[in-house]
Ligand binder design. Structure first.
Ligand code: FSO
Ligand code: SF4
Length: 535
């Protein structure tokens, strides 16, 4: 196997024997074959689209397939077998419908009848040398394909809430096709920038889905201690799954807790209205084995971020949507099995006070006090904003972000989003004239909200985003972060500090392009970086 798509990749170069994430070689090969099958399907859909044929269900299927190959989503070989066969069935059906003959091998291959056969086919189509022999061009193609995985994730979440846009599907499919071709540096860089723009669109659609369905987040205090009684923990990113679970557990005496990236859900009016939506439990995804083992209730994984479940909780964790782990019970949107399990389990023995954290500072809440913020900047009460955001992860070196936030001077504000916040989310940083110094904007997709906030501030100050007293210190782990980084670059944002380490799929030559054009900087130490930023 070869996989280098996430930050924890083995030896900082690639997982070759087994994934550090737990991905087995068969699943790695099946994921590569699925991408190949989707490239072939996209060759057909792109030509069909040119003839005026576009199938809504196939568009969604392609995005679901791409999303399934994102880190920590699906580890179940049987599910990939189904997806590969479905991709080929769609491919042939559209050929017939649109009267097409496509002779590219990706659009003509016949999937093997057995899992072993599919694995052998997948091994021929890895996202490595098989994709592109030239290492710098391969690096750019990998950036593009990994970015597409992030786009597909956000577009899928948005579609679940009924928000879709043909332009997103068109680009994902066109870029999958392009990744099969021999392209030069300029064309690949152009596609990566377009991927960033399309990701902005996907995040905008998701923002519309989330706020349109559950209202705009409002500042909300979230308890970190449990409440006596039965409990269900919800992890991942899906607001609709949480909303449905809250409805299905109403009046059953079960408290609902968020884990990881679900924390910002507490700020949404239509979710927080449920009296049994109690609080937040635990920290980020990489701590789940310890934290889930100690949780006395049922656990629901709604999107990516699943780790190998340990025996102690394998019987009380459930997956839904695209998430999968072999041997773990997969449920649809009727959560009765999860609820029954929670009722069987002991629950928390007593109320416990572990303090609280604040969330809900998405664009509406922050821009609602924009006048106050602008006045504080003008008077010098606020010197600088830091967006300390991105993914958390298991590798050492991530205490940089804790130390950085601790050392940010008192006259500066820290904005945060995504699960990297768990490195400092419970720090009491106080406020500046009533404006909290630590503002949680939301999930990783709420990078859209952060961009809106930055653009509005730039508008108010009559300058560009790069001229604002704002610095971005980002952490990455998986491919949604790649998509967000491409969005920021495509918006012309410069001087981003990126860590904890640079992606294995970026070659020195490509890194030079990023440094020269976007002034991307690897992290040094919190002291040095703060000094460099604040002078
Ligand atoms: Fe974190 Fe996981 Fe949200 Fe990623 S929860 S690592 S960036 O999936 O998506 O922020
Ligand atoms: Fe390795 Fe990351 Fe790929 Fe898992 S997703 S196999 S940890 S590079």
């Amino acid at each position: 196997m070869f996989c280098n798509q996430c930050e924890q990749t083995a030896k900082g170069t690639g997982c070759t024997k087994v994934g550090v994430c737990g991905k087995q070689p068969d699943v790695a090969a099946l994921q590569d074959l699925l991408i190949y099958a989707l490239q072939g399907l996209s060759l057909v859909t792109a030509q069909a689209r040119a003839k005026g044929v576009s199938d809504a269900a196939v568009n969604r299927f392609i995005n679901e397939g791409v999303f399934s190959t994102l880190t920590n989503v699906d580890f179940d070989p049987a599910r990939f077998q189904v997806l590969i066969n479905e991709a080929v069935a769609h491919r042939e059906a559209i050929k017939l419908r649109a009267g097409l003959t496509v002779d590219n091998p990706a659009a003509t291959f016949t999937p093997a009848a057995t899992l072993e056969g599919l694995v052998a086919q997948g091994e021929q189509h890895g996202i490595s040398e098989a994709l592109e022999a030239h290492e710098d061009l391969r690096s750019l193609k990998q950036i593009l394909i990994y970015g597409l995985k992030g786009v597909a994730a956000y577009a899928d979440h948005a579609a679940i809430l009924g928000h879709e846009d043909e332009s997103v599907y068109e680009f994902v499919q066109r870029a999958l096709v392009k990744s099969l071709e021999n392209l030069g540096v300029d064309e690949l860089v152009g596609l990566c920038m377009e991927c960033g723009q399309i990701n902005l669109k996907a995040m905008e659609l998701l923002d519309g889905g989330n706020t349109g369905t559950y209202g705009h987040p409002v500042p909300t205090e979230v308890p970190l201690g449990p409440k006596k009684g039965k409990a269900i923990l919800v992890s991942g990113h899906d607001l609709k799954d949480l909303g449905l679970l809250l409805e299905q557990t109403a009046g059953k005496g079960i408290s609902i807790y968020t884990h990881g990236e679900m924390l910002p859900c507490h700020g949404y009016p239509e979710l927080k209205k449920h009296p049994h939506f109690h609080g937040h439990y635990g920290t980020a995804w990489q701590n789940q084995q310890k934290e889930f083992s100690e949780f006395p209730g049922a656990i629901l994984m709604t999107t990516n971020c699943i780790q190998k479940p340990v025996e102690s909780y394998k019987g009380n964790i459930f997956t839904t949507g695209l998430v999968g782990w072999p041997g773990v019970t997969h449920v649809g949107k009727d959560f009765s099995t999860v609820i029954e399990k929670a009722l069987e389990m002991p629950g928390f023995a007593a109320d416990e006070d572990k303090g609280s954290v604040l969330t809900g500072f998405a664009r509406n809440a922050v821009l609602g006090v924009a006048d106050k913020v602008i006045a504080a900047v003008k008077s010098g009460d606020i010197r600088h904003f830091f967006l300390v955001a991105g993914c958390d992860g298991a590798k050492p070196g991530r205490n940089y972000y804790t130390e950085f936030v601790e050392k940010v001077p008192q006259d500066c504000i820290v904005l945060t989003l995504a699960c990297g916040k768990f490195r400092f989310f419970d720090k009491k940083l106080g406020d500046i004239g009533g404006i909290p110094r630590l503002l949680d904007i939301g999930q990783c997709n709420d990078a859209y909200s952060a961009i809106q906030i930055a653009s509005a501030l730039a508008g108010a100050f009559g300058c560009g985003v790069n001229d604002l007293p704002l610095s971005m210190v980002l952490s990455w782990y998986e491919q949604k972060a790649v998509a967000i980084l491409l969005t920021l670059l495509s918006l012309g944002i410069k001087g981003i500090r990126l860590g904890p380490t640079l992606p294995a799929f970026i070659t020195p030559t490509v890194l030079n392009v990023l440094v020269e054009n976007f002034d991307i900087k690897p992290l040094t130490t919190p002291d040095e970086d703060l000094k460099a930023i604040l002078g």
